[in-house]
Design a protein around this ligand. Structure first.
Ligand code: HAM
Length: 422
């Protein structure tokens, strides 16, 4: 059969077997965020395009090349290309700063980037995100990083499979001098830079530092350390001390500048050694102390992280980390003869109301075909309903593994099954 419609390139369907794995990692993320005092935030899938242009940055690849923009009348909307800007917008819009205390918000969101699809890189992908508002102290950076690494550990990813890379990119006070130093370095090496870096040299010279094509050249680029102001230096040193106290291992990466314009001070990524090929960043984040104010709110410091859900699942698969099996049916109701079918449907309904996962044939199949369905369904019990059972208001419960059969009054069936479930 020729397919009339296919999913768009880079946008994937998640089928039931796979979605059980998604549900598992999602539940872990929710549980984990709850333990650290976060509340969930859900924001719309679309925002005004200007929100992302103002925050992620007009010259960033995400906004200038990858954003899906829709125009309706005078308005320009964008499918969210990341999760942070909408959360900041909501934080300001709902006056969440008014409480004066630290706010921790987590989310699970789809996002859209028109990139060339490849393994681990999609046009609709999903992120686990966490954002902290109102905490300027490096304690917040340390807690966030510890939480991220503990999440991966909780999923069963061994420590050695991941590398936390950490950097600081200073603040608007000290970064301009560093940017000039990198520009000068790049100008001195202009001919060796890739075309993309040559063209962004004037607009966004720091991005040259994380260009994969120019790694050999940028290995000798100047580090930011001598340019940091006292505040940024102290913040970074304190953070490193706290990470040591917490036993969170990291590697300093002088070139980690990130592709979104809103960052200040701390930037970080977690790289997976296996399972992701060239798209090896499992998560990324950092501080964005100026963004709330830039988007029209009060001057509130903030920081956060985005973790790729698909990439997390790819790493778990590559490392063969066993995930719990999806729950299967407890029971499958089998009707012997047409007169038993309505009672079978009614009994299934009662069992479901009592919290038992059960199913039955919906096509009027023969008892033999129904038994085949019961065996294939993975259910532990087949509930057999024939003339005798109808006459005595019982059901014959067949254990599909041991083949043992027991007559149970229909009214006691739910309790009987419940008492035998693990
Ligand atoms: P990001 O580094 O652009 O940061 O994305 C975070 C993570 O999303 C990446 O590390 C990667 O795992 C995943 N990801 C990114 N693009 C794709 C794609 N095309 N296909 C599959 N997965 C992808 C942010 O988005 C920031 N909002 C993170 C943040 C939160 N910073 C502060 N708070």
């Amino acid at each position: 059969m020729e397919l009339r419609y296919r999913a768009l390139e880079g946008m994937n369907d998640v089928l039931p077997e796979e979605s059980a794995r998604w549900q598992y990692v999602e539940a872990c993320w929710r549980d984990h965020c709850h333990r650290y005092g976060y509340g969930e935030i859900r924001t719309p899938i679309m925002e005004r395009a200007a929100l992302f242009e103002r925050s992620v940055g007009e010259t960033s690849d995400i906004v200038s090349k990858e954003m899906y923009v829709l125009e309706r009348g005078e308005e320009r909307y964008a499918l969210k290309p990341e999760g942070t800007a909408p959360v900041v917008r909501a934080y300001i819009e709902h006056g969440m700063y008014a409480s004066g205390s630290v706010q921790k918000l987590y989310y699970i969101t789809p996002f859209f980037r028109g990139e060339r699809p490849q393994k681990g890189r999609y046009r609709q992908a999903h992120q686990f995100g966490a954002e902290i508002f109102g905490a300027a102290h490096p304690l917040a950076d340390a807690e966030l990083l510890a939480m991220v690494m503990a999440f991966f550990a909780q999923l069963g990813i061994p420590d050695g499979a991941l590398e936390l890379r950490l950097n600081t990119i200073g603040c608007p006070d000290c970064r301009p001098a560093y940017r000039d130093a990198v520009r000068q370095f790049a100008q001195a090496n202009f001919a060796r830079l890739c075309k993309n870096c040559q063209s962004r040299l004037e607009r966004n010279p720091l991005r040259i530092l994380d260009c994969k094509e120019c790694v050999e050249i940028t290995a000798s680029a100047p580090p930011i350390d001598p340019y940091l102001c006292d505040g940024c230096r102290t913040h970074f040193e304190t953070l490193q001390g706290l990470l040591k106290t917490l036993g969170v291992g990291y590697v300093r990466d002088h070139r980690l500048v990130r592709g979104l314009d809103y960052y200040t001070r701390t930037t970080f990524e977690v790289i997976a050694e296996q399972g992701l090929g060239s798209q090896n960043a499992l998560c990324g984040g950092g501080r964005y102390d100026g963004l709330v104010e830039q988007l029209g709110g009060p001057p509130i410091p903030a920081l956060g992280v985005g973790i790729g859900v698909e990439r997390t699942l790819l790493v778990l698969q590559a490392l063969k980390v066993p995930l719990p099996k999806p729950p299967c049916l407890h029971a499958f109701v089998v009707a012997f003869g047409d007169s038993a079918r309505p009672i079978a449907l009614q009994l299934a309904q009662q069992l479901r109301t009592a919290g038992i996962a059960c199913d039955l044939d919906l096509e009027g199949r023969s008892p033999k075909a129904q038994m085949r369905l019961a065996n294939r369904s993975g259910a532990r019990y087949a509930i057999l309903l024939g003339e005798t059972e109808l006459a005595t208001a019982t059901a014959t419960v067949k254990d599909l593994a041991s083949h043992e059969q027991t007559a149970v009054p229909q009214a006691e069936l739910a309790t009987w099954i419940h008492s035998r479930l693990p």
